[in-house]
Design a binder for this molecule. Structure first.
Ligand code: ZN
Length: 150
């Protein structure tokens, strides 16, 4: 079993939103190249990723081929995040991955007292701790309080 810290994920088509959230939590998350379950499983195997899906059939099929899979039950994003926390993902904003392209982020030089900014090395998108950030912090806080643990 691989260390939970270096798990890489692949979300299916129904969980793209969860995938973007996981990137905000610093996780390495790929999106599927194609819609078919068959292609998704091949991609997971080739890239050494754990599939995240709500599709029980896909989860069973992946299990039969010894491809690691996490079956998500909830439909609400907050509950889905709680399930990921149960699977060992820390619920803390950790800007290491671009939510758009999964590229690595690097912290930009900034003068004293200014907001910290990050830039994606691949697509150049810039992130900073603004209002949107606070909204996300609040949502994670809600998940944490519902679970009663960090
Ligand atoms: Zn990017």
């Amino acid at each position: 079993m691989k260390d939970e810290a270096d798990r890489r994920f692949l979300v299916d088509w129904m969980l793209l939103r969860l995938g973007r959230w996981l990137r905000l939590l610093g996780q390495d998350v790929a999106l599927p190249h194609e819609k078919s379950d068959e292609r998704l499983m091949i991609q997971a195997k080739e890239e050494g990723r754990t599939i995240i899906t709500r599709d029980r059939g896909l989860s069973l099929a992946a299990g039969r081929r010894s491809i690691p899979v996490l079956l998500i039950r909830a439909t609400k994003i907050i509950e889905q995040l709680a399930e990921m926390a149960d699977a060992g993902v820390l619920l803390q904003l950790d800007p290491h991955r671009c939510t758009v392209c999964n590229g690595p982020l690097h912290e930009m030089e900034c003068s004293e007292g200014k907001t910290i900014r990050w830039q994606c090395k691949s697509c150049k998108k810039i992130y900073w701790e603004g209002g949107h950030w606070k909204k996300m912090e609040r949502m994670l806080e809600e998940v944490r309080s519902q679970r009663g643990s960090p």
